[in-house]
Design a protein around this ligand. Structure first.
Ligand SMILES: [Zn+2]
Ligand SMILES: [Zn+2]
Length: 776
């Protein structure tokens, strides 16, 4: 009898893969075994070639949508005489090489949703129901391959009936590692303890619900960490939450119980709905309906913005609580001001009791805390924009190009949106969003996550990549690997390289233009770049064009005070300063203008700060209370104008002044100031500004002659800009946007690896041609 060994890699653990293999083999009467390995899943089969083909065909058709096969290869082994007369799941095979993909956490599935609401079901109202198709994975993992034993479920013993399900081939919980039930429960707990007794978890949840309904704030331990919940239709509750969290204006996210409530309160497109109900259960920015209960509180939930972040419950506990509350609730991350998400019970009790009236937690530990992932879909073009990649998406990166690492690489990413990336063999991991590394707590969280992750995967980095900015905190993590070679990577080239990797264009032989616009990154001339155009050709990045420099006035303070950007740019524009003088006290004014006269500051051409300047000039925002506020308000104002007036009436500013490799931001600003001084509608100015940027990009494309254009950097979180690019350039050129990663600095870690690969390869090509040249 022929003997086949089928090796499969991809998202194949924690998705019911082995049970499906077993069922298919049983149905076909085949003999052999299936087991998890450090690399994925291996199936040993004793059957004819024809049966093998049929088996694989059936297997593919039966796999759940959560399973992703990235690689499958078959070994034909020598025939043997004695083979098993059965098919079974054998224990996981542990080896040296732990390269298995790590499945992310999966939101509660439809079957578990209906079971938990069915009073006949043994798991009726049990807040930790799960199955092979849903439940926590990455967040509870402390070893590979994925098994109950190597997760925080390890110390929970299954009761007889759970064990029966686990062993029953026909049961949908066959080999479900997160199995538990009211007879072998994960314990739900509350702090502070009250006089009430809660004989059942449902009583405790009912008590929790009354806290929300009566305008209180509840902290609840979700899949990735603690969330703060409060009634989204109660303005007093929202204001209290904002006050306690010291978060005056930053948009808050909402949770709606189900798709019915979703369509009661929001107008959602098909794509938005698909994203919301996907297993990742992300937050998606959606348009609230007018004249609902939300209408009255929208200005409190997301001041000045027309879209609200909304999600469906990711886990059964949230599912049950939100169902009982019966209206939209605010669900925001449970953290202190500028600190990472709380995920440990005791710490959460200590730190969150200042915000919350009660804390609901449980005794299933979280190993890898994660914030919610966030998406938006550009209104007109339908372009999907990842704003934050975390729970449900991290840590596996789908490596379309399947480039193999020559040695294990660790990339430390940037600072404002910390992530790390690891690359070993064919496996690429990009960590979840880890926060702004300015904060010491976030630095600790970063290092802790990195340490645990290296331990989990067994990867020992032999090459470290870090940003060129000498003051970035992320660079310091390299100190933990004293004997490892370190290479610095230019920030904006990393952005572009990440985009090229996502589009499998690292080997592109035609030139590609990269428009890399962001807050700032350390440039090759030590200025703080942020409005760059590169041409990528034959493995090299050439800086083709950028905006003019202006003074980086008061350093980092500039990103917090848009009025400083307005001042610095207006100052070199030579136009009137009357519009912005009123934004400063007389002492400030004389001090800052003296500083500008004196000169000698660091220089920047940040596009993010240009948006800030325009926002300030138009009177939208002089002080950011959260990152990106001024730019978001500017986008909103322009969007409103486009929506109300159409595009025909809007002309871009006259910007035919691109001198060789420089674009004059000052020229643009002086036209804006002129319009504003003449009393032109601010909405129209904001719209003209957006259109002008598209016009500038179009001009640079023509100058370079590229047919493919890619966009990276935080500025491309702006959906209006993305829509306009599609509209004006989409037909003529091939446009590349990020698909798996956010355009912001979260993509820098992957980009550093892509850049390293590009440089290594072109280096090798150079050496090769040199050797060839020599021998002639
Ligand atoms: Zn389920
Ligand atoms: Zn049980």
């Amino acid at each position: 009898m022929p003997f086949w060994s089928i090796h499969i890699e991809g998202q194949v653990q924690g998705v019911g893969f082995r049970p499906t293999v077993l069922r298919v083999a049983y149905a076909m009467g085949l003999c052999g075994k299936v087991f998890n390995t450090n690399a994925g899943v291996t199936i040993d089969l004793f059957c004819s070639k024809r049966e093998l083909d049929e088996f694989l065909k059936k297997l593919r058709s039966k796999l759940s949508s959560l399973a992703v096969i990235s690689k499958l290869w078959i070994e034909e082994l020598p025939k043997i005489d004695s083979f098993p007369n059965d098919f079974y799941i054998s224990p996981s095979l542990l080896g040296e090489n732990k390269s298995a993909n790590i499945s992310p956490d999966f939101g509660i599935c439809p079957s578990c949703q209906s079971e938990v609401l069915n009073s006949e079901n043994p798991r009726y109202l049990y807040p930790f129901i799960s199955c092979t198709q849903c439940g926590p994975r990455y967040s509870i993992l402390n070893g590979i391959p994925y098994d109950r034993l190597r997760s925080s479920m390890g110390h929970f013993e299954m009761c007889t009936s759970c064990e029966e399900e686990y062993l029953d081939l026909q049961n949908r919980r066959f080999h479900s590692q997160t199995n538990s039930c009211p007879d072998c429960p994960i314990d739900l707990r509350i702090f502070p303890e009250t006089d009430h007794t809660f004989p059942m978890p449902v009583d405790l949840m009912d008590h929790a619900v009354t806290i929300i309904q009566s305008g209180g704030i509840l902290a609840v331990k979700g899949t990735g960490g603690f969330l703060l919940l409060t009634d989204a239709t109660n303005p007093d509750a929202i204001q209290m939450l904002r006050k306690r969290k010291r978060r005056p204006r930053k948009p808050l996210a909402l949770m709606v119980h189900d798709e019915i409530m979703l369509s009661d309160f929001f107008t959602v497109s098909h794509e938005e709905k698909e994203l919301l109900r996907s297993a990742a259960r992300p937050i998606v920015l959606c348009k609230p309906k007018k004249y609902t209960d939300l209408h009255g509180t929208q200005a409190w939930v997301a001041p000045g913005l027309s879209l609200l972040g909304v999600c469906l419950p990711a886990d059964p506990l949230m599912f049950l609580i939100s169902r009982k509350v019966g209206r939209p609730i605010i669900a925001t991350s449970g953290n202190l001001h500028q600190s990472p998400l709380q995920y440990k019970d005791q710490e959460a009790i200590e730190k969150l009791m200042g915000f919350a009236d009660a804390i609901i937690y449980h005794n299933r530990e979280i190993y890898f805390p994660q914030d919610d992932s966030v998406f938006r879909i550009a209104e007109n073009s339908g372009q999907k924009i990842v704003l934050r990649r975390s729970r449900g998406l991290a840590p596996t990166f789908w490596n379309k190009v399947r480039i193999k690492a020559e040695l294990p690489v660790l990339a430390l990413g940037a600072d404002l949106k910390g992530t790390f990336a690891l690359w070993e063999g064919h496996n690429v991991y990009v960590s979840q969003y880890l926060g702004n590394l300015e904060s010491f707590d976030t630095q600790e969280r970063y290092l802790d996550t990195l340490t645990k992750f290296l331990d989990l995967t067994g990867i020992q980095p032999q090459q470290i990549l870090m940003d060129k900015h000498p003051l970035y905190h992320s660079r310091r993590f390299a100190d933990n690997f004293p004997y490892v070679n370190v290479t610095e990577v230019p920030h904006h080239e990393a952005h572009f390289a990440a985009l090229l990797w996502e589009h499998a264009a690292l080997d592109a032989d035609e030139p590609i233009l990269g428009v890399i616009w962001d807050g700032l990154g350390f440039g090759n001339d030590s200025a703080l770049w942020g409005s760059e155009f590169f041409v990528f050709h034959s493995g090299a990045f050439e800086r083709a064009c950028s905006f003019d420099y202006y003074d980086y006035l008061l350093g980092d303070k500039m990103s917090i005070e848009p009025r400083l950007s307005a001042l610095a740019i207006c100052y070199i524009s030579g136009g009137t300063l009357d519009l912005i003088k009123g934004k400063f006290s007389s002492q400030e004014w004389s001090l800052f203008t003296r500083m500008l006269d004196k000169g000698g500051h660091a220089q920047t051409n940040s596009m993010g700060r240009l948006f800030d300047a325009v926002s300030s000039i138009l009177g939208l925002c002089d002080f950011n209370t959260y990152e990106g506020e001024a730019a978001m308000l500017l986008e909103q104002l322009a969007r409103n104008y486009f929506d109300a007036n159409g595009q025909a009436a809007i002309q871009s500013y006259f910007m035919d002044s691109i001198v060789k490799d420089k674009i004059s931001g000052a020229d643009l600003i002086s036209q804006i100031i002129k319009d504003k001084s003449n009393g032109l509608d601010s909405g129209l100015i904001a719209a003209k500004f957006h259109l002008t940027l598209v016009h500038i990009i179009s001009q640079v494309i023509q100058n370079t002659g590229c047919r493919k254009v890619g966009f990276s950097g935080g500025v491309f979180q702006n959906a209006l800009l993305v829509d306009l690019l599609h509209q004006y350039l989409g037909e003529e050129y091939q446009l590349l946007f990020h698909e798996q990663l956010p355009p912001n600095d979260e993509n820098i870690s992957l980009g550093q690896m892509a850049w390293f690969h590009i440089k290594n390869r072109s280096q090798k090509l150079k050496i090769k041609s040199y050797v060839l040249g020599d021998s002639r």
